[in-house]
Each structure stands twice: as structure tokens, then as C-alpha cells.
Design a protein around this ligand. Sequence first.
Ligand SMILES: Cc1cc2nc3c(=O)[nH]c(=O)nc-3n(C[C@H](O)[C@H](O)[C@H](O)COP(=O)(O)OP(=O)(O)OC[C@H]3O[C@@H](n4cnc5c(N)ncnc54)[C@H](O)[C@@H]3O)c2cc1C
Length: 752
Amino acid sequence: MHYGHALTFGTFLTPSARDPGQVVSLATRAEELGFDLVTIQDHPYQPAHLDAWTLLTWLAGRTRRVTLAPGVLNLPLRAPAVLAGAAASLDRLSGGRLALALGAGAFWKAIGAMGGRTLSPGESVAALSEAIDLIRARWDVTGEGPVRLHGEHYHVDGAARGPAPAHDVPLWLGAAKPRMLRLLGEKADGWVVTHQLLRPGQLAQGNRRIDEAAVAAGRDPREIRRLLNVSGDFLGGPGEKWVEELLPLVVDDGVGTFILMTDDAETLERFAGEVAPALREAVERELPGAFPRPLRRAAVRARRREGIAYDDLPETLAETAIEPGDVGYAEVRSTYLRGGAPGLVLRPGTEEEVAEALAFARAHPHLPLSLRSGGHGISGRSTNDGGIVLDVSRLDSIDVVDPARRRVHIGPGARWMDVAAALAPHGLALTSGDYGGVGVGGLATAGGLGFLAREHGLTIDHLRAVRMVLADGSVVRASDHENPDLFWAVRGAGANFGIVTSFEFEADEVGDVGWAQLVFDASDTAGLLHRWGAAQEAAPRDVTSFLLVSPPRRGRPPMAHLMAMVDTADPETILDRLRPLAEIGPLYDQSVVLTSYASVMANASPDAHDGRGEPVTRSAFAEHITPEFAADAERLIRGGAVYFFQIRSVGGAVADVPPDATAYAHRSANFSVTTFGVDRRRVDAAWDRLAEHVDGLYLSFETDTRPERLADAFPPATLRRLRELKAAYDPDNVFRDNFNITPSTTKEPTHA
Ligand SMILES: Cc1cc2nc3c(=O)[nH]c(=O)nc-3n(C[C@H](O)[C@H](O)[C@H](O)COP(=O)(O)OP(=O)(O)OC[C@H]3O[C@@H](n4cnc5c(N)ncnc54)[C@H](O)[C@@H]3O)c2cc1C
């Protein structure tokens, strides 16, 4: 009998306080030797021992790969609600390398835990059961409300949830007696038991008890790993003999992990060199192909959404995929601005895996499919409810492949702040947006309006080629020479044509820049907008500025925040350029620094996205900020329907590119206008009043997904061409979630 767990090997070390360096070096040696797991005995009442938890924390900093676990933790001595936080913290700090092995413990009276009472065996099991529930509840950051448990042994009244661990930390139990084994079958992920303490047949008997309890609790016994502590002495004699002894324990008793109990480096070396590989081979011979991917816990499977064939996921994707019941779900369900509840988040790590993920998604044509790179899409369509998210954030490499030709290859999952930091040492920069947390994938398929726009154009103007996975799963390169139609479409309407897996850019030489932030009293809102527009249009190309006007609030007048970048390192020129901008209204505050583009872009939080609800924005372009436009804008800002109103200068180098050269066609506009509100109806009504002054829109700043917005985003000829190309590249309309360009009925194959 086996439980489908790939064979792993661990060590069981004594945390001797006499020579702390020894146990640390044994642990690091075990990692070097290829052991999968290091466990540390936990006897906190033992004066000759280091505290196991403290030691594990130390080891987490000294190792890189190996899983760490107490072997096993004396639970009554640790308050479970606190232990949950400690374990989640250690798991996060170690990059998801913790397994939490718990035991009923001993000597708690001596240490003064559990009120100094001696617990009966039955009470111990009940206490462990409550502790497991408590720990899991604190880790479940998607659960409702704070954690409350009024048990026989633990009373927790309103503990906050979190932090969540970095991965689904397995909860193992050290157990031998029937009641503990039953609990284990009901709630735990692994059975830790010591070989010498077992009578013949006891392993099989224990497995039976666990399996029966698991099935009765609606679980699959294969969820539970069997881990056997084996003594170093037991391994006297030649390696083949050890294999002979251990093999039946795998084949007949389902042991998935052997934990070698020794503090002797030589024994570790012999085991790793002779026994582990030979045993692996023998197991592979006896049980070929018997180890599929690990099974998710019943509690996780219970949260699966309808209509997704979770168990059909290819092996390559299953390991990194995240389901609603997984611990990492809270961090991937939503985007920066929009709440979501997808049924499955696929996180391919290679181009081939992207194609596999797409094939899996295509086998679910009834479900929404969202593409995600950095999750900052303002429309929020990179998440959904109940569908599949194809998240390419793991494709985040940034390679300066040819510094002399300024060629840079970037994965869609890289963030612009990391791009800027990677290019800076080469004296290079790529014009991007204003926020370093934004992902490359979304921005570089739509446009890219940033602080260097007037001098260096749009981000897409620096694209020289892309690699893409198309709807049919094929991988193509698109450039001016290969699939040129596709390359044209990707620069402005990329999301409709496939999944970009790599961008090939030509960066610009950019040295230090002037970076200014000015705050104005915007009581004369219209006058300020008009003066700023005129000053910005008259400015040389090396100045790009954005003006954000916030409505009056609680007796405070409207305020305007101007951010300007001057692409020169010469302080005099910077000040000359900024002077006209500073004169547009009464200044409240000002700051000007000479800095790097990378340091301006290093402005994003590393926190996971936790957007809620639906973002409500509108976007448009304007040729000029006329007095009439400024007056209507002031009415909008003061009208109460919007809380954010921003105008960005564009023009300059952006306008050097002909409108039909890329799918992004609004080249002549000098300004991009965006507003944010809360109530869709009110925002739309207020926005409509600006209509006569503006034209077109930038899809990356729009959230109104009604089809008519496409006609604003793309002039008729551009939209016609896009729809023809859509028919050729995505005739089944697979990529439809974010501003869908429907395929025209005439198909014109355009693959090169
Ligand atoms: C705080 C903030 C600041 C911003 N500042 C700017 C700015 O200054 N200038 C600017 O131009 N934009 C800006 N944006 C808008 C931003 O560029 C777009 O929303 C962009 O789509 C975000 O990219 P992402 O990869 O982070 O988003 P995601 O949410 O991951 O993706 C957004 C959309 O892009 C498409 N997409 C994502 N990855 C791929 C891929 N690999 N292949 C094909 N299509 C893909 C999908 O349709 C997806 O729905 C800002 C957004 C935010 C939230």
C-alpha cells in the first residue's frame, strides 16, 4: 500500500546547547547532502537543549532549500494562537519552508503550562484538536471575521486572522495511540512516528486507523504523508541492507519520508550517498509511476468552484496553481483596484507552461479567462468571479542583452520599478508609467504614458519585438519583419491577441533627471488648468508633467499636485523648465531634486493586491486645455461625482509616430485626461459634459467596458483592421475579457 507521496528524506537533530555551532553545521550539511527536511527535537524543559523554535528560526536564515520542522513541537507549552503567527512568520521568512509537526507533549506541569494541570490522554487529544482548529483559523485570512474558539482547553475571543503562511504549511502529528491516530486521520497532514517504538504490525495498524478516520471525515487518506523516524544505529551494515530494510516500509506501509535520527555527520553522508539514491531507485522499480502530484486537503477541495476540472491540470502547472482554499489565495484573488474570486489562478513559469495553461483554460470555454501580469489593470479585468486567471507574474526576467545596442528583453511579470533599477547601472531607462508597481505585460501591450513621454514617446514605441502565445497555443515572434500585422496590433490592443511572454525593447540613454513636485491652491481651478496646459504645451520636450486636481474637502479649497520630470541633469535647465509651471497658481509646497529615473519609479508598495469592488474611471484625450474645457473640468471636479481628476501631458515624441503605425492611434493629443469616482452612473453623467472638449480614450485608464468605448479607443480604420486581425489570430474570441475586439466575419490569415 502506498499513498502517492514522492519519497523524501530528513534528519532529526538534537538541539544541544553545549555546542550550538554543531547542530547548525549538521543542518547546513544535511542541506548540502540533498536531504529534504531537517527536524529538531523540542524539549524546552531540558536544560541541555536550545529552544527548538529559536533554533529553527536561526536555521531558516542559514539554509536555502531544505524544509524545516520541529520534531515534534511540544504543543501544550506553546499557546496555539501565538504559535500560528510564529509559524506563519517563519514560513514567510524562510520562503515557504516550514512544516509544523505537533505532539501532545510532556512535562507541561513542570513548565507551568496548561494551568499546571496534568491532562489525561483524552484531554491531550482534545487540546490538540482545538489547537489545530485554532492554528488553521488564524492562517485562513480569507475567513469571515476574527477567530473565536471557546473550547475545553483554549478560549480565543476575537483574534485577528493572519499573517497567512507563504505556503500550505503541512500540519503533522506525532502519534501512536488510537485516539491520537483518529484525530490525525480527521485533521492532520502527516503522521510522524518512530520506528523503534513500534511493535511489528503496528505501522500497518496505525495506517488503518488513520485511513478509517480520514474516510469517515470525508478525506482521502492519500492527503496524509507517513513519516518514519529511523535510528542511525538501525543503519549498521552495508547500504544494500538498509535498502532491503526500508523498501518494504515504503511499498507495504506507505512510508513517504524517512527521518534519520543521528547527530553524526558521517552517518548523514553515508545515508545521503548510498542509501537515499539506491532506495529511490528501488522504489521507482517496485512502484513505477506511483507518485502523482500531492493531493490537496479535503478542506481545500471543498472550496473548489463549479465547472473547473482541477484534477486534469497538467503536473507542471498543478504545483504552482492556486485554488480558493489555498493559503496563497488571498494574495492572488484580487487586483490592485478590483476585488475578485477566481476559481483557479494558474501561474506558469515558462513559455511552454503558458501554452499549457492556455490549453487548460480553453478546455473551459464557458468560464471567464483573465490575463494577468502585474495586476494593476485599471479596468480590473485581470481577475474574475469563478473563472480562470492566467497569471504570468513569474515570467519576470529583465536582461540587458546588448548594452551597446540598448537591447533589453523583459518578461511580462516584471514591474517597472525593477526594470528601471536593472537598466540604471547601464545608463539606460525605458519610458513607462508613473507607478513602479505596474506590470510590464499590461502597460506594454496598451501604450505606456509616463514621465518621459514627451521626450521619449510611449513605452510601445520602444518595442522591437514580442514573443507571444496565440489563442491556438502556437508561439510566435512578432516584429516589423515577422508577423508585422500582429506586431502592429500588439502595440495598443495586445490583450486581445494573445499572451505576450517576452518583450524585446530598445531602451534610451537617460542620466539623472530633475524631479519636481509642486502643490498649488486650485481655488481658481479652471484658470490653473488652462495656465498649466498652455505652459506645458509651450515647454520643450524634455519636460513632461502631470496635474492631479482634488476636489474641495471639509472647508479646504481644491488642491493641485503637479509632478514633473525634466530629462536633463543640468540644474539650471531644470529650474528654467520648471519656472513657467510653478507660476500657474499660488504655491503651497515645492520640492525639486536631481535624481535617477529609477529612484522616481521606486515608489510602489510590495504588498499583495487587495482591491475591493469595481473601480469606476473614465478616460479621454484632449488636444488643448481650452478655457471652455477648463471651465467644464472645474464643474466636474467640484460636482462631487469624482474624487480624482488628472491630466497628463503627452504630445512631443508620442506625436512623431504616425497614427496608423501602431494600434494606439491617438498620437496628436497633447493631453490624457482621467477621472476616478465611486458611482458609475454619476461619474458617467458628469463625464459626458466634457465630451465636446475631448476625443478618444486610453484603454489602460478606462473602466467602462461597454462596446462603444472601443470606438473611442480606436478610430474606425484602426478598429476595422483590429477586427480583421482578430479573426485571423483569435477567431474563437478566446481573449475577450478586457475590452473585447470581436473578430470580423471575414477571416484573412496573416500568419507569416
Ligand atoms: C497605480 C497605477 C498607476 C498607473 N500609472 C500608469 C501610467 O503612468 N501610465 C500608463 O500608461 N498606465 C498606467 N497605469 C495603467 C496600467 O498601465 C495598466 O492598467 C496596465 O494594464 C497594468 O499592467 P499590469 O500588467 O500591472 O496589469 P494586469 O492587471 O496584470 O493586466 C491588465 C490587462 O492587461 C492585459 N495583459 C496583462 N498581461 C498581458 C500579457 N502578458 N499579454 C497580453 N495582455 C496582457 C490583460 O488584458 C489584463 O486584463 C496605472 C495603473 C495603476 C493601477
